[in-house]
Design a protein around this ligand. Structure first.
Ligand SMILES: C[S@@+](CC[C@H](N)C(=O)[O-])C[C@H]1O[C@@H](n2cnc3c(N)ncnc32)[C@H](O)[C@@H]1O
Length: 318
């Protein structure tokens, strides 16, 4: 099916996720379509990791940017009622959030709310935010010219003009080798969005946690794709599916970039199987221990969630 006039994927992607009928405004929220580390038993351990990091960084406020429906904040409110908590997402404050959690409504994609500024003593967490910040999709044509990919509302693609200027500079600096037929994701919009967020912290620590593009000297790959109801699907910018592409962590401003498996180890979060004797003394605690150990194993799996990268920035303040 062909639809409206073709336009850059970057613009169609922004409207499809954050426009009036955007995917992320749907009542079921992201958790209705895919599982992340913030949900269920994984979320309990993930919240423990974030709280431990907040303590190590001397932060008493956790700000969750791209908070979904507040899944991580809900876990933190139970685990650590002493922490101040704030969520930022494009929808109104979810009704079932604990009273202690503050909430800011954001425009979405690369734009953040004006009120989000001057943060002090804050650990700012952006878990799977940057991969849904739209960026330019480009393709190398038969003559080896890198062109912007356009799309119509039915998802039919065509090639637009050559990529030039700072976008081409970004590709030459960060992307690996390319040749005819290759598709690229030009992550400068993510770099800018992240830098904007860093600029809103007067003192504290920021961590972007996401699927990483190869970077680190490896070969970058085409990762732009779509998900609907947990299943990978054709990318159509009609608000019916998530649209995502891995994040080039190397190009983000950062002090450290560490795989999640190593972060968990450094934070002392280990998959310790509870002592079998506990199964008789306190079966419920034994079961909780088993569930926790299995969640830690999944979060640290180097072929799965453990390969996520935590890009960390520290803002020392004056
Ligand atoms: C992939 S979901 C991740 C949700 C949650 N962090 C998790 O890991 O379960 C991305 C979230 O980022 C939100 N988002 C996108 N752009 C945003 C922005 N500029 N400000 C705040 N939230 C944003 C979306 O609305 C969506 O809830």
């Amino acid at each position: 099916m062909t639809g409206s006039t073709a336009r850059p994927w970057r613009d169609a992607w922004q409207d499809a996720l954050y426009g009036p009928d955007g995917f992320y405004r749907r009542p079921e929220g992201p958790a209705g379509h895919f599982t992340t580390s913030t949900q269920g038993p994984l979320g309990v351990v993930f919240a423990e990791a974030i709280a431990t990091l907040a303590d190590r960084e001397g932060c008493d406020l956790v700000v969750d940017v791209g908070a979904g429906r507040g899944e991580l904040l809900g876990q933190l409110a139970v685990l650590r009622p002493d922490l101040r908590l704030m969520g930022v997402d494009i929808v109104d404050r979810p009704a079932d959030l604990p009273d202690a959690v503050d909430w800011l409504v954001s425009p979405g994609g690369p734009s953040l709310p004006a009120e989000l500024k001057g943060l002090v003593g804050a650990l700012v967490v952006a878990h799977e935010w940057l991969d849904v910040v739209p960026c330019t999709i480009a393709e190398v044509d038969r003559d080896d010219v890198l062109r912007e990919v356009l799309v119509d509302s039915g998802g039919v693609e065509s090639l637009g003009g050559p990529v030039t200027g700072w976008e081409l500079d970004w590709v030459n600096r960060w992307w690996g080798d390319r040749g005819p037929g290759d598709r690229l994701e030009i992550g400068d919009t993510r770099d800018d969005a992240w830098e904007d967020l860093v600029g809103r912290v007067d003192q504290g620590t920021l961590v972007a946690i996401d699927y990483a593009q190869a970077g680190h000297g490896g070969q970058s790959e085409d990762t732009f794709t779509a998900y609907r109801n947990g299943v990978q699907t054709a990318a159509v910018p009609d608000g019916s599916c998530d649209l995502t592409a891995h994040v080039m962590i190397d190009s983000l401003v950062h002090d450290d970039a560490i795989h999640q498996a190593d972060v968990l180890r450094r934070l002392g979060i280990r998959a310790t199987t509870p002592d079998h004797a506990l199964s008789l003394a306190d079966p419920a605690a034994y079961l909780r221990g088993l569930i926790r150990a299995s969640a830690v194993t999944e979060l640290a799996d180097p072929r799965g969630l453990g390969a996520f990268v935590w890009a960390i920035v520290r803002v020392p303040g004056n």
